[in-house]
Every structure is written in structure tokens, then in C-alpha cells.
Write a protein that binds this ligand. Structure first.
Ligand code: BES
Ligand code: MN
Ligand code: ZN
Length: 529
């Protein structure tokens, strides 16, 4: 009863003291996100507790509803008719007072379900049963192995909670078990264990890190959280650049962003190489601004609290590698988290200042609030200097403008390499974390032309998301297959039927899929744009 509360208090208290940062990863209550134990069986004799029936039509009740006796099945049929329930994908109908069941939960699959339909339906069930104590039986008979594994994965994702600092009424270990009834239960369990479970854990890690307040989660504690999550996972190597190391390398851009904060910046490089994986890694670079006040170009107060999520790109690339490494995927991938806090103190950079990035490019600061592209400039320069990347994908909550253009339905995709863009779009379609390609027009170069330096960090109005993408692209060789994904519009949202308010963990599933399916990009005669 008291342990979680005490842990929450300890984390917040410790956070108030700048000199004692080391213990956060252990004391934050987020580390106690608990998964319901899941098991897979061929048949069930359950007659009580919660029964979950994924259904595409009323007919399926005859087979998938085998656990119901005749009178229960009649009651369910009557309820379906009375509610005019249509089984549309992602819908649900909760029925109580039938037989000995605590609840019978119907979840709709719609007519032509694909992988992400099952995952979404599972998430809807998981979220609907977040606080359910009773044992849960989920009947997935008649579905193929992948569909069962995807439903189970979705169920785990849907059980995520973002109320990290709510006092808990009870120990999470009191949660009942969840049992999946499936035709080929052994196969389904293996499919789930080889991928889904790692995805659930990695998504929870990413969402936790994004949701954590900035007094708990800052560059150093982001790193300690990552170290704790990767532990001794085989094939993983973590390298961290601190301020002296970044100074030696000439990373004036990220150092400039971090210099107005009491929390020093960090560059974290996590590499994972699975067995039989290629030599050239896919490199995922994430914007990791643990809080974006805007700096001297300070933001208005409205909405500023949400800027604790401005490290979501870094959280997602790290989470994607966590998912791949924990499931021992045969891939070679590197995540780079460019971590800094953007604050306005006496040491902070000013508009008009000039910074020099690691690759020697000089940057005139027009707005200290265009800080994400600065930390990415050094992360990409480091990548180009140190890694022979097969492709580089950067992920960033870069611009409000991308949200104005695409809302929370699509992240913005920018690339000079069509073949890379197509692979990313395919992964987006498969996972439901969709991308919409936007132009990298040559005219953006004049928007960022500076009289005093090589480039300036923002234009005046114009295509905000495109200008940011263009700036970042100036730190990558034209020959390197590179894409930029702006997730500012999709990373954070209110609660809905499948996720709680806060971080969406956007990018983890997309990048996990993309890296698994990655095909080397052929050199293009003339890269698009
Ligand atoms: N972190 C913000 C972008 C953002 C806005 C993320 C809303 C999530 C929700 C970024 O650092 C920023 O401040 N961008 C500026 C860029 C401008 C100064 C060129 C913006 O979008 O206004
Ligand atoms: Mn900003
Ligand atoms: Zn920002």
C-alpha cells in the first residue's frame, strides 16, 4: 500500500536536490509498471471472471463463445441486438450481469482485419480492463497465430498507465492473470514471446520516459534509465558523451543549447548488433530535449508543461532499439539520443549568438526555441564522422508547424532518398504509425541563409516544418540515405479508447518494423531534391 507512494515521494523529493541525481531510475514509481502475467492455453474451463470475445460478426459467437452456456449465449445475443452493436474495428461492448461472469467484453474486429486491427482491438480490451482485479480469459480461437500474438501485444500496450504519480490504492501485483485461449496456443505464445512482449516493455519504457516530469527526467537520468532498461542484454553497447567529451569533439551546438540549464547535456549512443546482422548499422537519431522552455526566446506559459515531452524522439529511438535487442532480432541498429535541457539563465545562448557545430558549420541563432535542430546537428555530424550508416533516420518533436499541417494522424516525413522514404511509409502503414511525406524544397536554403554565419537556425515564417528539415539535412552528406521524421503533432495526445493521456510512444513500433524489414538503399543517380 505504501511502497509506491513512498517511492513517488522519494523521487520528487530527490529531484528537488541537484546534487543527488543518481538514484532516480530506481526510485521513480514508473519502474514499477507491472504487466499482468499472460499465458496461452488450447482450451478453457473458466465460467467466472472476465470473458473477452474479439468478434467480427454475431455468427462468430457460436464458435468463439464456446465458453458460454446456452442461456448466457442467448443473453449476449439479445444484448448485441438491443445495443445494435456492429462489431466495427476498435469498438467495444461491455456486458454485466450475465451468468457467473464479472463481465463479458465484446471487442469489434470489423470486416477486413489486418495486423494492426488485432493490435488495436487488443489495446482497446487492455485499456477497458485496466483496473480489473478478476482473472481475464480472452478467447482467440479461430484466429491465426499472428493475429493472436498481435491481439496479445495490443492487450499489453493497452494496459499501460500514465498516472505515474497518483497514489495507488493497492499493490499492482494484485492484478489478475490473463489467459489467451488459442488453437495453436504454443505457437501463439512463441510468437508473442519472441516479439510482442519486448514491444510492450519497450513501449512502456518509452512512454514512461516521455511522461516523466522534467524535474525527474533530465539528460543524466535519461541515460541511467536507458542503462537500467538494457541491463546486460546481449549484443548491446552503450557509450555516453559528457560535457568534457563533447567539448573535445567540438560539439558547440548541443553544448550551446545545454549551457542555460543546471542539468548538463549528454549524447548517448546505444548500439545493438544481433547474430548474423550486417556490418553497416541503421542509425536512429532522436531529439532529446528533456524540457523546452524556449530558452531566452521563451515560450508562452500556455502549454509549456507539455514541453517535458520534447525528448520523445530520443525516447522512441531508444525504445525501438530496446524492443529489437530484447527480442534478439538479427539486425544492426544504433540509437543516438541528443539530450539537453533548454533553459534561460545567465549563461544561456542568446538570439544573434553564433555556434560552431562538430562538422565545423557555423550557425547563427535566430531563435533559441529552434533548439532541436541544434542538438541534432551535432548528433548527425558525429554519426557521419563515426559510423558507416546504411541509413540514418532522425526523429524529433521539431516544429509546431507539422502539427498544423498533419494533425495527430500522420507524422511528417522528409527525405532526399525515395527508396528510404518508401520503406518508412510501408512500416508506417503496417504499424498504424503513419507518415506523410512533405517536400524538402531547394528554396528552403534561402530561408536559412545567414549574413554572418554558414546557416541560421530558423527562417521568418514560411514552411516551418520544411525549414527545420532542411537545416538538419545540411549536417548529412547528400549520399547518405537520410530521412527526418517530425513527430511534434503525434507524440503526445489526450486519452482515448486505446491509450491514456500523455505520450503515444510514437515511433517505437514504426522503427522496430522498419529496422526488421530494412533493405539496403541502392545509390541513387540523383537523389530526389
Ligand atoms: N519543441 C518545439 C516544437 C513543438 C511544438 C513540439 C509543439 C511539440 C508541440 C520546438 O523546439 C520549437 O519550439 N519549435 C519552434 C520552431 C521555431 C522557433 C522555428 C516552433 O515550432 O515554433
Ligand atoms: Mn523549441
Ligand atoms: Zn523543442
Amino acid at each position: 500500500m505504501t511502497t509506491l507512494r513512498a517511492a513517488a515521494a522519494a523521487a520528487l523529493l530527490a529531484a528537488a536536490t541537484l546534487t543527488a541525481p543518481a538514484a532516480y531510475a530506481q526510485t521513480s514509481p514508473a519502474a514499477e509498471q507491472v504487466q499482468r502475467p499472460a499465458r496461452f492455453v488450447g482450451a478453457s474451463t473458466a465460467t467466472t471472471g472476465v470473458l473477452v470475445l474479439p468478434l467480427a460478426s454475431a455468427d462468430q459467437l457460436d464458435t468463439r463463445g464456446a465458453a458460454l452456456n446456452d442461456s448466457e449465449r442467448t443473453a449476449v445475443s439479445n444484448a448485441i441486438a438491443a445495443a445494435a452493436y456492429e462489431f466495427s474495428a476498435g469498438s467495444r461492448l461491455a456486458l454485466r450481469g450475465i451468468g457467473g461472469w464479472t463481465q463479458i467484453l465484446l471487442v469489434g474486429l470489423g470486416t477486413d482485419a489486418e495486423a494492426r486491427t488485432y493490435e488495436r482491438a487488443g489495446a482497446v480490451a487492455g485499456r477497458a480492463l485496466l483496473n480489473e482485479d478478476a482473472a481475464i480469459t480472452i478467447v482467440t480461437t479461430g484466429l491465426d497465430t499472428d493475429a493472436v500474438a498481435n491481439f496479445a501485444t495490443g492487450f499489453g500496450l493497452g494496459q499501460y498507465r500514465s498516472d505515474l504519480y497518483h497514489r495507488r490504492e493497492r499493490e499492482p501485483s494484485a492484478l489478475g492473470q490473463v489467459t489467451f485461449v488459442a488453437d495453436a496456443s504454443g505457437e501463439a505464445e512463441r510468437a508473442y514471446a519472441s516479439r510482442g512482449r519486448a514491444l510492450i516493455e519497450a513501449m512502456a519504457w518509452t512512454r514512461d520516459v516521455s511522461n516523466e516530469p522534467a524535474n525527474v527526467l533530465y539528460p543524466e537520468t535519461f541515460v541511467s534509465r536507458a542503462r537500467a532498461a538494457f541491463g546486460r542484454t546481449p549484443g548491446v553497447n552503450i557509450q555516453v558523451l559528457d560535457v568534457p567529451a563533447m567539448r573535445r569533439l567540438g560539439m558547440g551546438a548541443i553544448l550551446g543549447v545545454g549551457q542555460g540549464s543546471a542539468r548538463p547535456p549528454r549524447m548517448m549512443i546505444v548500439s545493438y548488433r544481433g547474430q548474423g546482422a550486417p556490418t553497416q548499422p541503421v542509425v536512429l537519431v532522436g531529439k532529446g530535449i528533456t524540457f523546452d522552455s524556449g530558452g531566452i526566446s521563451i515560450k508562452p506559459n500556455a502549454g509549456m508543461a507539455n514541453m517535458r515531452m520534447d525528448m520523445s524522439g530520443a525516447a522512441s529511438v531508444t525504445g525501438a532499439v530496446l524492443a529489437l535487442a530484447r527480442s534478439r532480432a538479427p539486425v544492426h541498429v544504433v540509437a543516438i539520443a541528443a539530450l539537453a535541457e533548454n533553459m534561460p539563465d545567465g549563461a544561456a545562448i542568446r538570439p544573434g549568438d553564433v555556434l560552431t557545430a562538430m562538422n565545423g558549420m557555423t550557425i547563427e541563432i535566430m531563435s533559441t526555441d529552434a533548439e532541436g535542430r541544434l542538438v541534432l546537428a551535432d548528433a548527425l555530424s558525429w554519426t557521419e564522422a563515426n559510423l558507416d550508416a546504411a541509413a540514418i533516420v532522425d526523429v524529433a518533436t521539431l516544429t509546431g508547424a507539422v502539427g498544423t499541417a498533419l494533425g495527430d494522424d500522420y507524422a511528417g516525413l522528409f527525405t532526399r532518398h525515395d527508396a528510404l522514404g518508401e520503406q518508412l511509409e510501408a512500416a508506417g502503414a503496417a504499424t498504424g504509425e503513419r507518415l506523410w511525406r512533405l517536400p524538402l524544397d531547394p528554396s528552403y536554403a534561402s530561408d536559412t541563409a545567414s549574413t554572418i554565419a554558414d546557416i541560421k537556425n530558423s527562417g521568418e515564417g514560411g514552411a516551418g516544418a520544411g525549414t527545420g528539415a532542411h537545416f538538419i539535412g545540411e549536417f548529412v552528406s547528400r549520399d547518405t540515405p537520410w530521412a527526418h521524421i517530425d513527430i511534434a503533432g503525434v507524440a503526445w495526445s489526450g486519452a482515448n479508447d486505446w491509450k491514456p493521456a500523455g505520450s503515444a510512444g510514437y515511433g517505437v513500433r514504426l522503427l522496430e518494423r522498419f529496422v526488421r524489414d530494412f533493405q539496403p538503399i541502392e545509390a541513387e543517380a540523383a537523389p530526389a531534391q
